[in-house]
Design a protein. Structure first.
Length: 96
């Protein structure tokens, strides 16, 4: 399964509802796992981004759908990075 790192920033709405962030993240995790994702971790961070999630997605299409699901709630903006493990990178480099 493709692996992704998602970087989140709170919107104004997300900041107004900050006390519910842990519960919202848990609900999103449950929803995504029901869709076949494997959530490897969700972390609240200091610095440029407010949250970081690391997950395996069943497909790129599923990942985009999951991101739209989170986006429509209006609490965060996200930036998504496709991540490759060492084995995947080795196969990619053999094609270079």
């Amino acid at each position: 399964m493709p692996k992704y790192v998602v970087l989140y920033k709170f919107t104004e709405l997300g900041l107004k509802n900050i006390k519910g962030t842990v519960q919202r993240a848990e609900q999103v995790r449950k929803d995504n796992e029901a869709r076949g994702f494997k959530v490897l971790g969700i972390y609240w961070t200091q610095g440029r981004y407010d949250l970081v999630a690391i997950m395996d997605a069943p497909s790129e299409e599923a990942m985009v759908g999951g991101l739209f699901n989170v986006a429509q709630a209006g609490n965060v903006h996200s930036e998504t990075l496709r991540a490759f493990d060492a084995g995947e990178m080795d196969r990619i480099l053999k094609q270079a």
